[in-house]
Design a protein around this ligand. Structure first.
Ligand code: GRF
Length: 189
C-alpha cells in the first residue's frame, strides 16, 4: 500500500476528496495530513474521516523537525492541496519528484507569490479570459514553477462571476487531482 501525505492550509476540500478517493481502493492511503493553520477546517475534516492530522508552526517547518517526521513516515508522494507556504529546499532535495502541487489556473499564467484562492480567479476575470483551469505540477524552490504534470481547461463566459469560476475550477480539481496522483503512483511501480 502506497503512502500519501497531504499539506493543506485551509478548508481542505481537495484533501477530503483525495482521502475519500483512495479509501475506496487498495493502491494507496493518506497516512497523515499536516497544516500550518491551527484552526484550519481541514483538521475537522480529518477528525471526521479518522485520518491523523497535525498542526505545525514555522519553526518546526524551517528547523528540520518536520522534515525528520516526513523522513520517518517515508511517503510515496507529498501532496500540496491549498498549502500556502513555500517548501524549503531541504524538503525538495529529500523528496525529489515526490512533492506535487495543484494550482487553480493554467500556469505559467496567474501563478507566483500571493496568487492563491480567489485572488487567482479575480485576476482571470479582470483579464476577461476565455478559459481557465488547473495545473498539477512538481514543486521546486519557486512558487508555481516546477515541471507541469497535467493541465485541464474549462471555458469561461463574460457572465461568470469569481464564485462561478472558483466552482468550475474546483470541479476540475476534484475530478482530476486524485486520478493524476493515482497514475503517478502506478507509473512508479
Ligand atoms: C484549491 O483551489 C487549490 O487549487 C488551491 O487552493 C485551493 C484549496 O481549496 N491551491 P481546498 O482547501 O482544497 O478546499
Amino acid at each position: 500500500m502506497k503512502k500519501l501525505i497531504i499539506f493543506a492550509s485551509g478548508s481542505g476540500s481537495n484533501a477530503e476528496n483525495i482521502i475519500t478517493y483512495f479509501n475506496s481502493g487498495n493502491l494507496a492511503k493518506v497516512s497523515l495530513v499536516l497544516t500550518n493553520k491551527a484552526d484550519a477546517k481541514v483538521l475537522q475534516r480529518c477528525e471526521r474521516l479518522n485520518i491523523p492530522a497535525f498542526y505545525f508552526n514555522k519553526s518546526a517547518f524551517q528547523s528540520g523537525t518536520l522534515l525528520g517526521m516526513l523522513n520517518n513516515e517515508n511517503p510515496d508522494l507529498i501532496l500540496l492541496a491549498g498549502f500556502l507556504w513555500k517548501i524549503p529546499s531541504g524538503f525538495i532535495e529529500a523528496f525529489p519528484y515526490k512533492i506535487i502541487n495543484i494550482h487553480p489556473a493554467l500556469l505559467p499564467k496567474y501563478g507566483g507569490k500571493g496568487m492563491y484562492g480567489n485572488r487567482v480567479h479575480e485576476a482571470v476575470r479582470a483579464n476577461s479570459e476565455k478559459e481557465t483551469g488547473i495545473t498539477i505540477h512538481y514543486v521546486n524552490e519557486h512558487y508555481d514553477e516546477g515541471g507541469i504534470i497535467h493541465q485541464e481547461k474549462v471555458t469561461l463566459t463574460s457572465e461568470d462571476s469569481v464564485e462561478n469560476i472558483a466552482s468550475k475550477v474546483h470541479e476540475l480539481e476534484y475530478e482530476h487531482y486524485p486520478k493524476v496522483i493515482e497514475k503517478l503512483l502506478m507509473d512508479d511501480d
